[in-house]
Design a protein around this ligand. Structure first.
Ligand SMILES: NC(=O)c1ccc[n+]([C@@H]2O[C@H](COP(=O)([O-])OP(=O)(O)OC[C@H]3O[C@@H](n4cnc5c(N)ncnc54)[C@H](O)[C@@H]3O)[C@@H](O)[C@H]2O)c1
Ligand SMILES: [Zn+2]
Length: 339
């Protein structure tokens, strides 16, 4: 196990990498803790949850809403949770987003921590303190920024993670590498998904690198004014096509990354699109979609990250280095791949 403490503006988070689930008992006690998890994770880990007060919710993004939050809070009240109770979210990003939100508002805030069980949660969702729920079709419309007290990484939990979810999570890993970490990009070129699935030491190296990369970006810019925007690479277009084409998030992001790489060629002289495309393909993710550009632009204009008539587009200068460029809708339209 490797322990690392990261200080944020108002709080610090302790990371326990390559730890055992059972180590939870060293961090908190069973009596003063409530676990929040979903039905899939609970079903695969019944023994591990023995003796812990556990609230199990239905799996899936469609349950990441205020109705579920109210239901969980009702159960917490029944279980006698008070200001000293710890809430631990054990699951993918849906669970960690909700556990962080509930932890932030229950009795005006109690301590909370996460045990991420999906690749996406390990490298992205559980880091940075953003949490919240969806309101109708509007994703993450309500929530707060509040850091978890701890994150515990037990890679044996990934044994039951469906292949599709491994693939989905690797989209964010490729994103991290291409915007900030050229040596990690090389690592991704050198190995393939099954290598990481088979070799826990190799996986640990990759996950730690990603978790610390995101933590450092957040640390530098907790409330998202500059550096943190780089994490949005591939997401401007990704978000604009994800719902309309019913794409898994990772798919939308890699399609968006390739389009952003092409736009980069025009604005920064980026010249490694082919290397990026090859890595995306190798990890089983898509690099192209025939989409309705007009509709995508409309969606971009409706995005909460828009600034007046401009979109802060994240572009690549080279592998491992990204930059933000304000582009008008007309400029984006011109730069999009023509049908
Ligand atoms: N807060 C942030 O900064 C941030 C960043 C990125 C994404 N997110 C959020 O994360 C969510 C997506 O996260 P996700 O992809 O982990 O989704 P998820 O939590 O829905 O998990 C995906 C599926 O895998 C199952 N699963 C998870 N771990 C498993 C395991 N070990 N074994 C078997 N099944 C398992 C879940 O039950 C679910 O069906 C979205 O709601 C998104 O908004 C938040
Ligand atoms: Zn994403």
């Amino acid at each position: 196990m490797t322990k690392k403490k990261i200080d944020f503006t108002n709080a610090s988070t302790t990371f326990y990498f390559d730890a055992a689930f059972e180590y939870l008992e060293k961090i908190t006690s069973k009596e003063s803790t409530i676990i929040l998890t979903d039905e899939n994770i609970f079903a695969k880990n019944k023994k591990r949850f023995k003796g812990w007060k556990t609230i199990v919710i239905q799996a899936g993004e469609q349950h990441k809403n205020q109705a579920t939050v109210d239901n969980v809070i009702g159960q917490m009240i029944s279980l006698g949770a008070d200001r000293k109770t710890w809430l631990i979210g054990i699951g993918g990003g849906v669970i960690t987003d909700m556990a962080g939100y509930i932890g932030g508002v229950y009795m005006r805030g109690i301590s909370f921590g996460f045990v991420p069980t999906s690749i996406l949660a390990m490298v992205d969702a559980c880091i940075g303190g953003k949490n919240g729920v969806d309101v109708g079709v509007y994703k993450n419309m309500v929530g707060l920024i509040r850091q978890p007290s701890f994150l515990l990484y037990d890679y044996s939990l990934l044994k039951s993670l469906p292949k599709q979810e491994w693939v989905n999570g690797f989209a964010e890993i490729i994103k991290h590498a291409v915007i900030k970490d050229a040596p990690m990009f090389k690592l991704l070129e050198q190995y393939k998904l099954s290598d990481f699935q088979k070799d826990t030491a190799l996986l640990n190296k990759l996950i730690q690198r990603n978790a610390l990369l995101k933590s450092k970006v957040v640390q530098a810019d907790e409330f998202e004014s500059g550096e943190r925007k780089l994490l949005n690479y591939g997401h401007t277009l990704g978000h604009a096509i994800e719902n309309d084409y019913q794409l898994p998030h990772g798919y939308a992001v890699t399609i968006g990354m390739v389009v952003a790489a092409h736009i980069s060629e025009q604005y920064t002289g980026f010249s490694a699109t082919e290397r990026l495309v090859n890595v995306i393909k190798k990890y089983g993710l898509p690099t192209f979609l025939q989409f309705d550009a007009e509709k995508a632009l409309q969606n971009m204009m409706a995005d909460k990250k828009r600034f007046k008539n401009e979109v802060h587009y994240v572009l690549l200068e080279k592998i491992g280095k990204a930059t933000v460029k304000p582009l008008t809708i007309e400029e984006i339209k011109k730069a999009l791949p023509q049908p």
